[in-house]
Design a binder for this molecule. Structure first.
Ligand code: SF4
Length: 416
């Protein structure tokens, strides 16, 4: 029996895609050690030039250590770098996003293959289990219609398209019956769910909440302009995790324009205040050091950040991605050292805000513990704050309600 190892780079969407492939491997065996494998499937990320290099380096080092291994390139990188890596002989096979569900047949091939497929496909596979995880990630949507200037994703994942509602609900029913209580919805641009099939994200959420066993639903990243009145009405539902991740990307209006974003700060601030007043923690993505971010733009942006009710941040230092319009911008290139300083300034502000939020929200924390060893278990509360719980009992996969957390610098702590 062929031994297969999966290596996943990139985002949650890719993690989910790996699960789809794992559930379709047919007569092969999954191994946990790449050096003990006959085939390694590299589910790649191509979001920046750096991500491409990481994938390339991984493949090169793998082949140095295990020279007989066959490498199959899957994921976003198959669409941007697949041809090049195939022609160089660096990989045995290349498979595009639409070919994931055929992986069993591709794994059986003895001849090299290049099966890039198309960017219109939508998977119908129902993933029944997630090995070793207590939260289940559910991909509800694929692709993006936005055209942010720095982003290559629309050209490697295609236009926005929704997974069928019945496939999603079936997936959640199965996972809930297998013991999962928390569901994290993901997608390339998940807030666009339903637009192509006459539905909405709010409709899907309501249907998910009716499924027996669903205790909490978390949403992946939403665009501010996608949070409509129907979504706002759901904020008080008990099954909604009290944390939304809303991708602002910047807080200077001139930068938002350069980045070809659809959001505007004046609208973002009103939206975030409403959501925060409903008792939510709010995270965001922010790109620091995009071309055009001079001292004036930065001072404006950082001043505005201080006014926003943010509690979490994914701050990225801008990294060039060939093939995007940002990559050919010549004006206002930000020096790497300056970008690093700005990144630190930004993350420190949000760190302080997060600490204040945690001090003010220590009661009735609903925590799902996911992993742990040696008596310390790790999980997240409803606000997506990390928690360490010390206990003599094995708490992996358990929910606990806690009232007297010790608020430490990085995370909350509890003796249970
Ligand atoms: S919303 Fe913008 S950043 Fe996000 S995937 Fe679409 S184009 Fe890329």
């Amino acid at each position: 029996m062929k031994k297969v190892y999966f290596k996943t780079f990139g985002c949650r969407t890719n993690q989910f895609d790996t699960q789809v492939m794992i559930s379709k491997i047919g007569a092969c065996q999954i191994v946990q050690d790449e050096l003990d494998s006959d085939v390694v499937v590299v589910n790649s990320c191509t979001v920046t030039n750096g991500a491409d290099s990481s994938v390339r380096q991984y493949i090169a080092s793998l082949k140095r250590k295990n020279k007989d291994v066959k490498v199959i390139l899957a994921g976003c990188g198959s669409h941007s770098k697949g041809e090049e890596l195939f022609d160089d002989g660096a990989v045995f096979g290349v498979m595009g996003h639409s070919e994931k569900e055929k992986i069993g047949e591709l794994l059986s091939r003895e001849e090299r293959f290049y099966e890039i497929g198309d960017l219109n496909h939508i998977d119908t596979t129902v993933v029944e289990n997630f090995i070793g995880k207590s939260r289940a990630f559910i991909k509800i949507q694929e692709g993006c219609d936005f055209e942010c200037s720095y982003c290559i994703i629309p050209s490697v994942r295609g236009k926005a398209r929704s997974h069928g509602i019945e496939t999603i609900l079936e997936q959640i029913r199965l996972l809930a019956s297998n013991g999962f209580g928390e569901f994290v919805l993901t997608g390339t641009n998940m807030g666009s769910y339903g637009r192509d099939i006459g539905l909405s994200l709010a409709t899907l959420l309501k249907k998910i909440s009716y499924i027996r066993g669903v205790r909490r639903v978390r949403l992946g990243s939403l665009e501010p302009i996608q949070i409509d009145s129907e979504m706002m009405e759901l904020l008080n539902e008990p099954w909604m995790a009290r944390h939304l991740h809303i991708a602002l990307q910047h807080t200077s209006d001139s930068m938002l324009k350069i980045m070809n974003r659809r959001n505007k700060f004046s609208e973002d601030v009103r939206l975030l205040e409403k959501i925060s007043n409903a008792g939510y923690a709010i995270g965001t993505d922010f790109i620091v050091g995009h071309p055009g971010e001079g001292e004036v733009e930065w001072s404006e942006a950082i001043g505005k950040i201080a006014d926003l009710p943010l509690t979490h941040i994914h701050a990225f230092t801008y990294s060039k991605r060939d093939g995007t319009s940002s990559a050919v911008m010549k004006n206002g290139i930000v020096n790497g050292t300056i970008a690093k300083v700005r990144h630190l300034e930004l993350t420190n502000i949000i760190k302080d805000k997060n600490l204040i939020f945690r001090k003010n929200n220590r009661q009735n924390l609903d925590i799902l513990l996911e992993s742990g060893k040696d008596g310390t278990y790790k999980g997240y509360d409803q606000y997506y704050n990390a928690v360490d719980v010390q206990s003599d009992d094995d708490l992996r996969g358990n929910w606990i309600i806690a009232d007297c957390m010790e608020v430490r610098d990085e995370k909350n702590w509890l003796k249970y």
